[in-house]
Design a binder for this molecule. Structure first.
Ligand code: GLC
Length: 639
């Protein structure tokens, strides 16, 4: 039982504030104490623990009444984030419709498509020039002027609550910008704030770190430290040189960041995206990712939130190896007490592998290799986001298939990044590291799936094929269990946007190719059913509706992979008591057949031909074989 469940058992509406706080603190104090002292074991940190104990009631009392009531309701209603009713979209406010006010005007558009969960990319103030798309934060609690004001944000969260839309915002917890007030003071020589970051007199310690630290942006920001002439010192900057890594070995940093976190949730944020959380703890001699201390720290944040704002939950942005991602749900006593949600980056990357290879063996092998997740946790399933696609597959699994991991990754980069004439994909190579041969892929879903090439070459067959691929991949994320997250623009098959190449601030980072402006003109023409954009939009709208109407799609760890004997097919079943839904997808450009006896055994033909919810038609058998067309997806209902 996780702490949230414990709160559910204990929660009674008639408690007054003080009683409620005392009860929540009592229920979590042992865990809080344990995590705190595991990170800060020295005796002199007892006074910092005392500070934490003083801080929590203040934060609790400052939480707006309406959210405190919402906390209680959410605790009582169970794990809302696992519902089949949730469907999400991720967007850049300024690329979508100008600013926060403009976004609010588009609530009808979200409703039309069926979106009720939004991830807004950072809206906090950032440095003028490069800012890593806002992931360099100047202030955690203000809204950058270009988006509007804090009042606009409060208005927006109010409107979202009224319309049943959940909001996710980033908490860039690993680093601040070099213009953040702490960084400014550190630059001026303030020792207190120099201790908020990893700052060194000379390169001796950085050199030790560098022996094992990988590089995140080897092309644009090589190395992990930056020399700051004003201080005549080095600061750790694992991401870009203007993003200073926070030093959580200093408990004062934790206390201040906890305050920022809670205040963020107090603005009406339902899910906090813990950005780059794998990097939170650093240690010489390691790659400084996924360290046990990072998990303790995240759980400490979570447990404090459980006391003061239990209705807000955390998403782990850990784009790391599959077996490492799962750990952000918490292990042992931290199980279910770390992050409730994590990006299913493994599924995402594996789907792209299956598109390029037209085969699903690595997908099966990898999914089977991932330990099952705790039952109170869920995924965000997605195919594209604002970032690149990393090829984080397990080497030994690639080898088991008889492939050479290095050559296989090279093939994928060639396939997606325009280095093979026959490939339909129009992607770009991102952060190729000649030292290691590693590279990542950028590009919009539609361009990576052939729509750009099809339109350019006026190739109708390729166009139809790419539309089918786009719908199939989204269909998998809608059916897989968790919150499906559509990247804004993908619902209308938006192509790559090359305008970043003319912008001096953006041209060094080709992730901007997949950060397009929302195309409202195309959207205003969606009634024209000849457009591929309309086909995609209509298909997704329909699939979303079907998902919301079938409780079998709620995530209860109720997914079983089905082995079909055909390497081009991906199939899984979702079950709920007697109810069942069988997903079958063909990743090949040719029609494929599978033996139907196992489908019969599962009971899908026990009442005549089963209904396919996607086409709305019954599915018949061709002798004992079931035929699946190229890039077709079936959602068969168990009668
Ligand atoms: C996350 C964001 C990415 C950003 C990085 C550093 O990975 O998704 O866009 O560059 O964090 O904040």
């Amino acid at each position: 039982m996780n702490q949230a469940k414990l709160h559910r058992l204990l929660s009674q509406k008639d408690k007054n504030d003080q009683e409620l706080f005392d009860q929540r603190l009592a229920a979590n104090l042992t865990l809080i104490q344990k995590q705190f002292f595991s990170l800060y074991p020295e005796e002199h940190h007892e006074k910092d623990f005392q500070k934490l104990l003083n801080l929590l009631p203040t934060l609790f009392l400052e939480r707006p009444e309406i959210l405190r009531n919402q906390d209680l309701n959410r605790l009582q209603s169970g794990n809302w984030y696992q519902s089949e009713k949730l469907v999400g979209m991720q967007l850049y406010v300024e690329h979508f419709n100008k600013d926060l006010e403009g976004l609010q005007e588009k609530i009808p558009y979200f409703k039309k498509l069926g979106i009720n969960f939004l991830h807004l990319m950072p809206i906090t103030p950032r440095p003028k020039g490069e800012s890593d798309g806002g992931y360099a934060v100047n202030n955690y609690l203000e809204v950058d002027k270009k988006y509007g004001s804090k009042e606009d944000l409060l208005e927006l969260t109010k409107a979202f609550r009224k319309n049943g839309i959940y909001l996710m915002l980033d908490f860039v917890v690993n680093h601040t910008s070099n213009e953040f007030s702490w960084a400014k003071k550190a630059k001026k020589g303030d020792k207190k704030y120099q201790r908020y970051y990893y700052i060194y007199e000379d390169f001796t310690i950085p050199a030790e770190f560098e022996k094992t630290l990988p590089e995140v942006f080897p092309e644009s920001s090589p190395g992990n430290f930056t020399y700051i002439p004003e201080m005549e010192k080095w600061v750790m900057t694992v991401f870009n040189s203007y993003q200073w890594d926070l030093n959580y070995t200093n408990p004062q940093v934790f206390l201040e960041m906890l305050t920022n976190l809670v205040k963020l949730t107090d603005m009406g944020v339902d899910v906090v995206r813990f950005d780059a959380l794998a990097f939170l703890w650093k240690k010489i001699g390691t790659i400084s990712q996924n360290l046990p201390e990072a998990h303790n720290l995240i759980s400490l944040f979570r447990m404090c939130l459980q006391v003061v704002a239990p209705g807000s939950i955390l998403l782990a942005e850990a784009i790391v190896a599959p077996t490492d991602i799962i750990k952000y749900f918490g292990e042992e006593e931290r199980q279910g007490n770390e992050c409730e949600i994590a990006y299913n980056a493994s599924l995402m990357a594996l789907l792209w592998n299956s598109i390029a290879t037209k085969k699903t063996q690595l997908l099966y092998k990898s999914l089977m290799h991932i330990p099952s997740k705790p039952k109170d946790c869920t995924w965000i399933n997605y195919i594209r986001c604002h970032d690149d696609i990393g090829l984080g597959y397990e080497n030994h699994l690639i080898q088991e298939l008889g492939w050479n991991p290095e050559m296989h990754r090279k093939f994928l980069l060639d396939y997606f990044c325009q280095r093979l004439d026959w490939s339909p994909a129009t992607g770009m190579l991102f952060m190729y590291n000649p030292k290691t041969g590693d590279g990542r892929i950028t590009g919009s879903a539609a361009s990576l799936l052939g729509l750009e090439k099809a339109i350019k070459n006026k190739d109708e067959d390729l166009l139809q094929e790419s539309v089918r691929k786009i719908i199939m991949l989204h269909g998998i994320t809608l059916a897989f269990g968790g919150i499906p997250l559509i990247y804004a623009g993908d619902e209308i098959g938006t192509l790559n946007d090359y305008s970043f190449q003319n912008d001096p601030v953006k041209k060094g980072d080709n992730r901007w190719v997949n950060r397009p402006i929302q195309d409202w003109e195309t959207i205003s023409n969606l009634d024209n059913k000849d457009l591929p954009q309309s086909n995609i939009f209509d298909a997704l709208q329909k699939l979303i509706k079907i998902r919301k109407e079938n409780t079998v799609f709620a995530d209860r760890n109720n997914l079983q992979l089905c082995h079909t004997g055909n390497d081009h097919i991906f199939s899984f079943e979702r079950t709920q008591g007697q109810k069942g839904l069988l997903v079958i997808c063909n990743f090949d450009e040719n029609a494929q057949v599978i033996d139907s006896s196992w489908i019969k055994k599962l009971g899908y033909f026990s009442n005549g031909e089963p209904l396919d919810l996607v086409s709305g038609e019954k599915v018949g058998l061709n002798s004992a074989l079931l035929e699946i067309m190229p890039y077709q997806m079936l959602w068969l209902v168990k009668p």
